[in-house]
Ligand binder design. Structure first.
Ligand code: LMR
Length: 396
C-alpha cells in the first residue's frame, strides 16, 4: 500500500530547522522558525515559568484527564489577557474558550468547526500569510481565498488595497486577521486602520478569526490588542486563536486556546457545545502541563509582574536587534534602504530578499531563512550579526 506514495514536500518552516541541525558549518545561523533566542543564542526557560512549574509539580495530585474544553481557570485567564479584565464581553459572559495544543491546534479546531457548520463559505487569508494557514484550513475542508495586504514597493501595508478587498468579501465569510506582529511580514495596520477594518467587518457581517500568537512581543500587551479591541464591539461575534508558545516560551508544551465570542451568552454556550465536538473528534482533550504553568502565573500577581517584565526584555531585545540589523547592513556598504525593518514588529521581518538570495544564503553561507525572505530577527545576536550582514551584502 505505502509503496505507491510519493514523498510529501518538506515543511517550509520546520523543515529548515531539520536542515540547519544537519549542517556542520560552525558559522551557520537559523533565522527560520519563529523561536526567540536571547543575546547568547539560547532559547531560555523564563524564570517565572520555572517557579510556576515547580509549584505545579509540587501540587499536582493526579494525571487524570482534563475536560474536553480544558481547565476553566485557564479559560478565564486567557480571556482576561486577550480582552482586558473589565471588558463587556467578559461581564456579559458571551465568550467561551477551549484549551488547545498550541495556536495551531486552535486554528485547526476553528477550521473544523467552520467547515462543519459553514462549509459552503471560504476563509479569506492575507497575501502573504503564515505558510501553514492555507494548509490547516484546506485540511479541515475549507476553501481558501486571499486578500491583498503587503506592499512590496514600500515594504509596508497596502492599506487601500486591503480595505477595498475586504469591502468586497461576501457577507458571512470568515476573514483571518493577524492580531499583531503579522507573520511573515512584521507589518501591522495602524490603530486608525484597525478601526476601518472593524467598520467593514461589522457592516458586511463578516466573521473575523483573529490569529493572536505574539501578544506582548510587538509594543506591549494592551498595545498589541488594539486590533482585537476594535473588533470587539457590542453584539459582535468572532473567533480568537491564541498561543503561549512565544510570550511564555512554552513552545514544546503546546499551549494555546480558541476563544469564541457569541452575540449573547446562550449563543456562545450553544457554539461551545460544537467546539467540544470538534475537540473530541480531534485530540479528545488537551494536554495539561503547559496550561497549568500559564494559569499559575496569571493567577499570581507577583509572578505575573515578573513574567511581564521578562516579556518586556524579549520585546526590547528584538526591537534593538532591528536597529542593529539596519545599522549593520548599512555599514557593509549596501545601498538598498533597509530602514523599514525598524518599523516592523514581532519576531519577523519581511526582508525583501528574493528566492535566489535566500537560496544563496543557505547554500553558500549556511544561513537559513524562510523562502519569501522572512527573517526571524529574534535569532540575530551580536555574535552572528556581522556574519549575517556580510553574507547579505555578498548575495546582493
Ligand atoms: C513560525 O511561523 O515560524 C512559527 O509560527 C512556528 C511554526 O510552527 O511555523
Amino acid at each position: 500500500m505505502f509503496e505507491q506514495l510519493e514523498m510529501a514536500p518538506t515543511d517550509p518552516i520546520l523543515g529548515l530547522s531539520a536542515a540547519f541541525k544537519s549542517n556542520s558549518n560552525p558559522e551557520k545561523i537559523n533565522l527560520g522558525v519563529g523561536v526567540y533566542q536571547d543575546g547568547s543564542g539560547q532559547t531560555p526557560i523564563l524564570d517565572s515559568v520555572k517557579t510556576a512549574e515547580e509549584r505545579v509539580l509540587a501540587n499536582e495530585k493526579s494525571k487524570s484527564y482534563l475536560s474536553i474544553e480544558g481547565s476553566p481557570e485557564y479559560g478565564i485567564a486567557v480571556r482576561k489577557l486577550l480582552l482586558g479584565p473589565e471588558h463587556e464581553i467578559l461581564s456579559s459572559e458571551r465568550a467561551v474558550t477551549v484549551q488547545s495544543p498550541g495556536g495551531t491546534g486552535a486554528l485547526r479546531i476553528a477550521g473544523d468547526f467552520l467547515a462543519r457548520h459553514y462549509g459552503d463559505r471560504p476563509i479569506w487569508l492575507s497575501e502573504p500569510t503564515w505558510a501553514n494557514h492555507p494548509k490547516i484550513f484546506q485540511a479541515a475542508g475549507l476553501q481558501v481565498e486571499t486578500y491583498p495586504y503587503f506592499d512590496a514597493e514600500t515594504n509596508g501595508l497596502n492599506e487601500s488595497a486591503l480595505l477595498t478587498a475586504l469591502a468586497k468579501i461576501p457577507e458571512g465569510h470568515t476573514v483571518l486577521l493577524h492580531g499583531c506582529c503579522h507573520n511573515p511580514t512584521g507589518v501591522d495596520p495602524s490603530p486608525a486602520c484597525w478601526g476601518q477594518i472593524a467598520d467593514i467587518i461589522a457592516e458586511r457581517n463578516l466573521l473575523p478569526l483573529v490569529d493572536f500568537a505574539y501578544q506582548g512581543l510587538g509594543d506591549g500587551f494592551r498595545e498589541d490588542a488594539v486590533g482585537l479591541e476594535a473588533l470587539s464591539r457590542p453584539g459582535c461575534e468572532l473567533l480568537i486563536a491564541s498561543s503561549f508558545s512565544k510570550n511564555f516560551g512554552l513552545y514544546k508544551e503546546r499551549v494555546g486556546a480558541l476563544t469564541l465570542v457569541g452575540a449573547d451568552r446562550d449563543t456562545a454556550a450553544k457554539a461551545m457545545s460544537h467546539l467540544k465536538v470538534a475537540v473530541r473528534t480531534s485530540y479528545s482533550n488537551p494536554p495539561a502541563h503547559g496550561s497549568a504553568i500559564v494559569s499559575e502565573i496569571l493567577g499570581d500577581e507577583a509572578l505575573s509582574a515578573q513574567w511581564e517584565g521578562e516579556v518586556a526584555q524579549m520585546r526590547k531585545r528584538i526591537n534593538d536587534m532591528r536597529v542593529e540589523l539596519v545599522r549593520g547592513l548599512k555599514a557593509k556598504g549596501i545601498e538598498h534602504n533597509f530602514s523599514f525593518i525598524e518599523q516592523q514588529r514581532g519576531m519577523f521581518s519581511f526582508s525583501g530578499l528574493g528566492a535566489e538570495q535566500v537560496e544563496a544564503l543557505r547554500g553558500k553561507y549556511a544561513i537559513y531563512i524562510v523562502s519569501g525572505g522572512r527573517i526571524n530577527v529574534a535569532g540575530l545576536t551580536s555574535a552572528n550579526l556581522d556574519y549575517f550582514c556580510e553574507s547579505v551584502a555578498a548575495v546582493l
